[in-house]
Design a protein around this ligand. Structure first.
Ligand code: NAD
Length: 483
């Protein structure tokens, strides 16, 4: 069992109360750094989701629904302050639960606090419009909450994804049911406890841990849910969208990626280098927006790959609390997937490779960070999301060729272009198929204020920034005839 928890990790949080799942079932909780079981978590099921949705509906009809936008904002701001105060505790919990190095876990907690600060401040600034219409009419629009929003999230960045998804939905006045991932749900429960401490009315946020098929699927299909926000894999995203279609409710899908960074001959390589490597390696490559492909123009290709290789050769994978460059992967299953990709690359050139610390616990899920060079754009390593610390370097000659390769996977989440040529910067920003394009920088998962989401297989809908508030609202047009 973890120490210093301020909530009961074995229970669910429904209607402002810590409750057992209906059938009292539990799932094991593993520390990926050691492979040891460090406790259990609630195994919620369909009836538990029913109770959570009913609680959320009750909150909308009760205290939560009666608050003004400014009052909602104040509560969210207070939650952010509590998160900030508990940064070290939250980071320690996340490091044990997800296996991410403490520095990265701390950054996630700080980001969660910032999301709550942002959405707390934004809650009373969502406005409609007045629209010129026929003579004798006044027409205006209202942005209203959608109702009960369901949030199904993955294990890789629980705190950040709660911030951007639940934070925005609450700011708009919705009531939330959150189904965290079975691999990592502790900070979701911790967040609920802090929200209660901050004065969030009961039922406004409900957290039901459990397996995808047992708790996620009933939430996605629930007729009492008015919007489903799903972050996770493409196959499950498809299922969630189909389930939502039966209820004719909107879906936000934040799915995977194979994001490219495109480096031209004239780029500032010193500035680019840390972003090129870091944006793939952070969180041991288990980042939806990991820049897992680097496309490099031929004139600087050899020089840049050699410098990236140097970075890789110095990288160490070690337990989360050792706070090395990389922690372990989340599970034995994820490790097997990544090792499968390393095997598929056996005929490719390994330009650089890190190491696994000698004394890591045997049960932990460690792999070395690996950079492959001269990878053909149609190779599985250059096409498929690996979700591990594996990066491919691909050479190109012309801008057109770079665009074709960059846009040549089904995904389109994030992209970047590195060049000092201003006209090319603008052209590439338009030509790259992605929800976010960075010019001479890269923000894997970053940017609370910046709308984020995908095109193609990376999903649809936008979270983060002000745009998320529109996504979690329903627009009503009111036309009054006075003439
Ligand atoms: P996953 O799809 O297996 O699981 C995500 C969530 O869905 C979990 O809570 C899981 O319990 C739930 N789930 C599983 N089966 C379900 C079902 N049948 N119905 C409803 N819910 C179900 O994904 P994962 O392996 O946990 O996460 C990795 C994936 O998430 C990667 O593809 C990654 O790119 C993606 N991701 C995307 C973003 C983004 O913002 N675009 C962010 C983080 C992760």
């Amino acid at each position: 069992m973890l120490e210093n928890l301020w909530y009961d990790q074995t229970k669910m949080y429904v209607n402002g109360t810590w409750v057992w799942p209906l059938h009292y079932r539990q799932l094991p909780l593993e520390d990926p750094s050691t492979g040891d079981q460090i406790g259990t978590i609630a195994r919620g099921e369909a009836q538990d989701i029913d109770a959570a949705v009913a609680a959320a509906r009750g909150a909308l009809d009760g205290d939560w629904g009666r608050l003004t936008a400014a009052e909602r904002g104040r509560i969210l701001t207070r939650i952010g302050q509590l998160v900030q105060e508990r940064t070290e505790d939250l980071a320690a919990i996340e490091a044990s639960d997800v296996g991410k190095p403490l520095t990265q876990a701390r950054a996630d907690a700080i980001a969660l606090a910032r999301y709550m600060e942002f959405y707390g401040g934004a809650a009373d600034k969502v406005m409609g419009e007045t629209i010129p219409y026929l003579d004798g009419y006044t027409v205006f629009t209202l942005r209203e909450p959608q109702g009960v929003t369901g949030h199904i999230i993955p294990w890789n960045y629980p705190m950040q994804i709660i911030g951007r998804s639940v934070g925005a939905a609450l700011a708009m006045g919705n009531a939330c049911v959150l189904k965290p991932a079975e691999e990592a749900c502790l900070t979701a429960l911790a967040f609920a406890a802090l929200a209660e401490e901050a004065g969030l009315p009961k039922g406004a946020l409900n957290v039901v841990p459990g397996l995808g098929e047992e708790a996620g699927a009933p939430l996605a299909a629930h007729p009492g849910v008015n919007h489903i926000s799903f972050t996770g894999s493409v196959p499950v995203g498809r299922l969630v969208q189909k389930a939502a279609a039966d209820n004719v409710v909107p879906v936000t899908l934040e799915l995977g990626g194979k994001s490219p960074q495109v480096v031209f001959d004239d780029a500032d390589l010193d500035a680019a280098l840390p972003f090129l490597v870091g944006a793939c390696i952070q969180n041991a490559g288990q980042t939806c927006s990991a820049a897992s492909r680097v496309l490099i123009q031929r004139g600087v290709y050899d020089r840049l790959v050699a410098r990236m290789a140097d970075s890789y050769n110095g990288m160490v994978s070690a337990p989360a609390l050792a706070d090395a460059n990389l922690g372990p992967l989340i599970s034995a299953k994820q490790k097997a997937i990544v090792e499968g990709y390393l095997a598929k690359g056996k005929n490719l050139r390994v330009a650089g490779q890190g190491s696994v610390a000698a004394d890591v616990p045997k049960g932990g899920h460690y792999v070395p960070a690996t950079l492959f060079a001269e990878v053909p754009p149609d190779h599985p390593l250059a096409q498929e999301e690996i979700f591990g610390p594996v990066q491919v370097a691909i050479p190109f000659d012309t801008e057109d060729e770079a665009v074709a390769i960059a846009n040549g996977t089904g995904f389109g989440l994030v992209a970047s272009v590195w060049t000092e040529n201003g006209a090319r910067q603008m052209r590439m920003a338009k030509r790259l198929a992605a929800g976010q394009v960075f010019v001479n920088n890269y923000g894997a998962g970053g940017g609370v204020e910046l709308p984020f989401g995908g095109v193609g297989l990376s999903g649809h809908g936008r979270e983060k920034g002000f745009e998320a508030l529109y996504g979690f609202s329903s627009l009503k047009t009111v036309a009054t005839k006075y003439g």
